[in-house]
Each structure stands twice: as structure tokens, then as C-alpha cells.
Design a protein around this ligand. Structure first.
Ligand code: BYC
Length: 320
């Protein structure tokens, strides 16, 4: 007769908890609690979807770049995001889920992607601002995730972070070039920062007091910092960069707090954040429709690749 699951799972649970306590990694073949697995699938899938959906606002500008140099930089950056999505889908697959299933859940709205990509990129300055603020926020969030407890996720993060720092620098360099340009260019940069500042702060998730997942995810070393801690770290890192650029974040409450050794800042509009998560952001419908079309139109490519893999190579096709 089968033993009750609690008794059978006890030594496994103890070993899992010891691994977490030692700050070691959990690997795909290790036993893990179902809730740990579910939390990881949720976060890693959301992260992968963000990378792929995040290609859209900037991808729009590849054919409209103002010079060959800018086009080459943007092309490389957007291709990197595709690569990040692929590393992360692979990491998610090691948890026992199929990639096609994840894609179906994204397209059906059953899995989320980052709120930030529901805002439009309206000008070329937005390419710079996305690099500087959005990739900057992503770095703040992702550097600690290099030490996340799940091995494949942490290792994917190490590579992703290296590429993200190039992304952030290219964005800053684009904005710095525009700020040295005409009054019109400087106004474009400021207008872009005005639109992206608050949505970038929302990328870190709801305030800690309203974050249902943080406590358990931190106990499991999936998350290494709370949402509010990372948001503060981002503001502290970014404000001096804004000063160096000559732009003003659109926050009247932003000021240095000598006592805390940090910046005080205003509260993002959490009602707007919730609306974007519900699907009511400026570009939610468009982003999902685009992804759905790409998935459906790419079906023949996936089918052909699978048929080719099943058939295997033939000697006469070796052209060497
Ligand atoms: N947007 O309990 P909480 C990039 C959801 S892409 C949407 O705090 P958690 C780039 C959250 O999922 C990088 N949803 O959750 C690409 C949860 O929902 P459910 C993207 C959000 O997971 C292209 C609920 O709200 N980075 O860099 O403990 C071009 C409650 O939240 C958001 C990542 O994905 C949001 N902003 O913490 C350029 C980082 N925030 O599922 C750049 C990896 C929260 O319970 N993810 N929600 O219904 C994480 O670090 C964590 O998942 C979060 C949220 C900090 C985002």
C-alpha cells in the first residue's frame, strides 16, 4: 500500500530545505515542492514572455533608424532580447513544461508579461529611454536573480545580465547624443523620459505590502530582494545619471534624503498598474494580437523543422 505523501516526502523536503539554507542551487532532477515548481514556472515564463513581447516596441524602429550605425545597434539589441527569451523558455522547460503550452498561455492571456511593454514607443528617443530606464530597471532586478536558487534560471541570468548592460549603455549613449543636439532633440528626450519614468518604477511589481508572492519567493531564495528594495536601488542609481544627462524625472517629490542616504520619491499610480495588468494598458491588445499572428504564421516553420528532425540527415544532402 502506498505511504501517505507527507511521510514519503519528508526526507526529500528536508534535503530541499537544506539546499536552500546552504544557498546552493536546486537542479532540474532534484526533488522540489510542487509550489516551488509552480512559482518558478510562473516567474520564468513571465520573464521569457517579457523578453519576446519586449521586442515589439523597439522592433518597430529598426526600419526607421536615423543612421546605419543606429540601425546596427538596435538590430543587435532586439536580437539579444529574442535570445534571452529562448534561454528562459529553455530554463522553464527543465521544470517539465512544454514551450508550446507556455506560448498558448501567453496568447490566451493566462500568463503575464511585464507591464512596461504595454506602453508605446512613439519617437526614436524612446529607443534610448527604453535602453536607459527599462533595461536599467531590468538589470537592477536581474543581477540579484543570478543568485536565484534554481540553477538553470540563475545561469541564464548571468548571460542575460552581461547583455543587458550593453543595452543600458547604448540607450544612455543615444540619449546623451541627442542631449548634445538641438533644442528639439532635447525636448524629445525629456518628453520620452516623462512617459517612461513611472512605468519603469512599476516594473518592480506592487509595493511589498501588496505583493502576495514576495515572502515565499524570498524564503525559497527565488527572489533575493523585495520589490520596494529594488525600486529604491533603481532610483538611487538612475537619478545621478539623469543629472549627468540633463533630464528631469517627472516626480516633484524626488529629493535626496541625507539621513537615509537614498532618494525619497513619489508613489507610482498603482491604479494604472492594475489596469495595465488587467489588459487595459495603451498597447495590451496590439502586443498580444501581434504575438498571436506571429505564432500562427510560424506554424509551418515549426512543423517543417520537426519533420526534418524526425527524418534525420541524408548522406546525399551533405554538401561538403
Ligand atoms: N508586470 O507578488 P508579486 C526586459 C504580477 S524583460 C506584470 O510581487 P512576484 C527587456 C506578478 O506576476 C525583463 N505583472 O509577484 C525586454 C503577480 O501576478 P500573479 C522582465 C507583474 O513574481 C525587452 C502579481 O503581479 N523582467 O528586460 O513575486 C526589451 C503580484 O506581484 C509585474 C522580469 O520578468 C509587472 N511589472 O514579483 C527591453 C523579472 N509585477 O502571477 C527590456 C523577473 C508584478 O501572482 N520577475 N506582477 O497573478 C520578477 O523578478 C518578479 O516576477 C517580479 C514580480 C518582481 C516582476
Amino acid at each position: 500500500m502506498a505511504q501517505p505523501p507527507e511521510v514519503a516526502e519528508d526526507p526529500l523536503l528536508t534535503s530541499f530545505e537544506d539546499t536552500i539554507r546552504r544557498n546552493d542551487r536546486i537542479e532540474p532532477r532534484d526533488w522540489m515542492p510542487d509550489a516551488y515548481r509552480r512559482t518558478l514556472v510562473r516567474q520564468v515564463a513571465q520573464h521569457a514572455h517579457s523578453e519576446i513581447i519586449g521586442m515589439q516596441p523597439e522592433g518597430h524602429w529598426i526600419g526607421r533608424a536615423p543612421s546605419l550605425r543606429r540601425k546596427a545597434i538596435l538590430l543587435a539589441k532586439v536580437q539579444d532580447e529574442a535570445g534571452h527569451g529562448l534561454y528562459l523558455y529553455s530554463a522553464c522547460e527543465t521544470l517539465g513544461v512544454a514551450r508550446a503550452d507556455l506560448m498558448r498561455k501567453l496568447i490566451d492571456g493566462r500568463q503575464k508579461y511585464s507591464s512596461i511593454f504595454n506602453y508605446p514607443a512613439l519617437t526614436y528617443a524612446d529607443v534610448g529611454t527604453i535602453g536607459w530606464l527599462v533595461d536599467g530597471a531590468a538589470i537592477c532586478n536581474q543581477v540579484p536573480l543570478c543568485r536565484t536558487s534554481y540553477g538553470p534560471y540563475g545561469r541564464a541570468m548571468i548571460r542575460i545580465c552581461k547583455e543587458e548592460s550593453f543595452h543600458q549603455r547604448q540607450g544612455y549613449e543615444l540619449l546623451a547624443t541627442m542631449m548634445r543636439g538641438t533644442d528639439e532633440q532635447r525636448a524629445m528626450v525629456q518628453e520620452s523620459v516623462d512617459r517612461f519614468w513611472w512605468p519603469s518604477l512599476m516594473m518592480f511589481g506592487p509595493p511589498d505590502a501588496e505583493s502576495p508572492n514576495t515572502a515565499q519567493s524570498m524564503a525559497w531564495n527565488i527572489k533575493r530582494n523585495t520589490n520596494d528594495d529594488l525600486r529604491q536601488r533603481f532610483v538611487d542609481m538612475t537619478v545621478p545619471q539623469a543629472e549627468a544627462l540633463g533630464v528631469t524625472p517627472p516626480d516633484p517629490d524626488l529629493r535626496w534624503n541625507e539621513e537615509r542616504g537614498s532618494y525619497d520619491f513619489g508613489e507610482p499610480d498603482w491604479a494604472e498598474f492594475k489596469a495595465v495588468l488587467r489588459g487595459d494598458g495603451p498597447r495590451n491588445a496590439q502586443r498580444l494580437a501581434h504575438r498571436r499572428r506571429a505564432w500562427e504564421e510560424g506554424a509551418w516553420v515549426r512543423d517543417a523543422a520537426m519533420a526534418f528532425a524526425r527524418r534525420g540527415p541524408r548522406p546525399e544532402e551533405d554538401g561538403r
